[in-house]
Design a protein around this ligand. Structure first.
Ligand code: MN
Ligand code: MN
Length: 475
């Protein structure tokens, strides 16, 4: 066999890994940098699930989508672009297709909650004449990430007379910020040096500095706490008890930034999973007359197991699908709904972990995802022997692979870590229970679940193109 023949055989037989930046055309590269700017803007405006919901609805309205709850009341069948919001924390968009939804739809499901600290319901106290607020962390955090960094408060408070007060402190450069203090290295050796990392950082010590000016005369108790509460009363008209009915989320203060001399990467809080929320949002906004109905779902509570009425285990999808059948003039009986769900195809749009040059040993390199290699297909998640995973079928993976190849989407596959190294899950199994095909599919990021997650701009753009191709589904 000569060299030429061998080269030909290699080209035919061996799997190619293509850097997304190599795959992109010149005009796509220009678009990619513009796309990254609007993505960063979305991240900056969507630091909580409620804020993300508001951004998604605003974009949907601007794109001609109408509220299905208003539409169903009118019983109008003219509208093809629909959205539905639930509890202000999760949202769904659809573009009705030519085909009857009962024969199946194309669904992309992401989540818009991110790991963070929440204020406790009784947060305020003082110690050593310093005013503090207690927090309870939400989702999988590394506790030390949250020490000695500027933090912002975002959220709502429901007062006793049922008023909703919105709070956002720490994002405007003129705003004060909050912080959790850390122990100085000079004194850390003895008390922390030989402890396990899980023992060094305690959840009950994630307390925020809230103020230090006392109110009233020296013989009074808790004067600093009173000073803080007095300021809150003056500014928002709220009292201590109002925090019982409040959701105040503590998130890293500041904006998404470009990373690297070449500005090829994005660093930001909350890219898991607003990276998939934004790319699927942009993909569905661009759909005009799809063959099959395109649906984008944005769920809350993924980071704590998709529980509750706004998580993927809820009946939000069934309710939305039922509304779509109604709008489309179908029966909305249980059989039609079940058929619409069972015949659907779904991408569980979530991030995977990219191989980290400094932590390679937790991955199995042949099957790990890498930054910059495009959208990542994850056949299964779970722990140990794929436990707790919805294992995507070979047939469905084959179909998605075909769609991506046909549309020149740079893609890769990725397992989350070495066998028995750890693991994780996504919303995939909560969609798979309806009988639909589901595949985990999204970009891989570095520093996942940290306050400054890192994505590749090329991966973000490829993910958008991949989702668009999935909705267009012309294989
Ligand atoms: Mn996620
Ligand atoms: Mn996550």
């Amino acid at each position: 066999m000569n060299k030429h023949e061998l080269k030909k055989i290699k080209k035919t037989l061996l799997k190619k890994e293509i850097l997304a930046f190599d795959q992109l055309t010149k005009s796509q590269k220009t678009k990619l940098f513009k796309f990254s700017e609007t993505y960063k803007n979305f991240l900056n405006q969507s630091k909580t699930e409620r804020e993300a919901t508001r951004q998604i609805i605003a974009a949907a309205k601007a794109g001609g989508f109408v509220d299905i709850d208003i539409q169903t009341e009118k019983n109008s069948k003219d509208t093809r672009k629909i959205y539905k919001v639930f509890q202000g924390r999760c949202v769904a968009l659809a573009v009705l297709g030519e085909k009857n939804p009962v024969s199946g739809t194309n669904i992309i499901v992401s989540h818009i909650d991110s790991p963070r600290l929440d204020l406790k319901q009784n947060p305020f106290y003082e110690d050593l004449n310093i005013g503090l607020m207690k927090t309870h962390y939400y989702g999988g955090i590394r506790k030390y990430h949250w020490l000695a960094v500027p933090l912002a408060l975002h959220g709502i408070i429901i007062t006793s007379d049922n008023k909703t007060i919105s709070i956002e402190v720490g994002e405007d450069p003129c705003d004060p910020v909050f912080t959790v203090t850390d122990l100085l290295p000079h004194l850390a050796g003895k008390s922390q040096g030989n402890k396990k990392i899980s023992e060094v950082f305690e959840g009950e010590k994630l307390n925020l500095l809230a103020g230090s000016i006392p109110l009233g005369s020296e013989d009074e108790k808790d004067r600093v706490k009173l000073g803080v509460l007095n300021l809150l009363y003056e500014k928002y008209g709220i009292i201590e008890e109002d925090f019982i009915s409040a959701e105040i989320e503590v998130v890293p203060a500041g904006k998404a930034r470009d990373i690297g001399f070449d500005r090829s990467m994005i660093g930001s809080y909350g890219q898991d999973d607003r990276i998939c929320a934004y790319t699927s949002l942009e993909a569905i906004l661009g759909m005009q007359h799809p063959d099959k109905t395109s649906i984008a779902m944005f769920f809350d509570k993924e980071e704590i197991g998709s529980e509750g009425s706004s998580g993927a285990k809820s009946s939000f999808l069934e309710d939305f699908m039922s509304d779509l059948l109604f709008i489309n003039g179908q029966d909305t009986d249980n059989r039609s709904l079940r058929k619409a769900l069972i015949n659907s195809s779904c991408l569980s749009a979530d991030v995977n972990a990219a191989m980290d040059p400094d932590f390679k040993d937790v991955h199995e390199a042949m099957n790990a995802a890498n930054l910059g290699f495009g959208i990542c297909m994850t056949k299964f998640t779970g722990v140990a022997g794929k436990s707790g995973s919805s294992d995507a079928s070979a047939e469905f993976l084959g179909k998605i692979r075909q769609i991506f190849n046909k549309n020149k989407i740079a893609w890769q596959t990725g397992e989350l870590g070495k066998i028995d190294q750890g693991g994780g899950g996504t919303v995939a199994k909560f969609l798979a229970k309806f009988g639909m095909d589901v595949l985990d599919c999204g970009p891989a990021v570095l520093s996942m679940h940290s306050p400054f997650e890192v994505s590749s701009k090329a991966d973000v753009f490829m993910t958008y193109l991949g989702y668009k191709a999935f909705y267009s589904d012309n294989v």
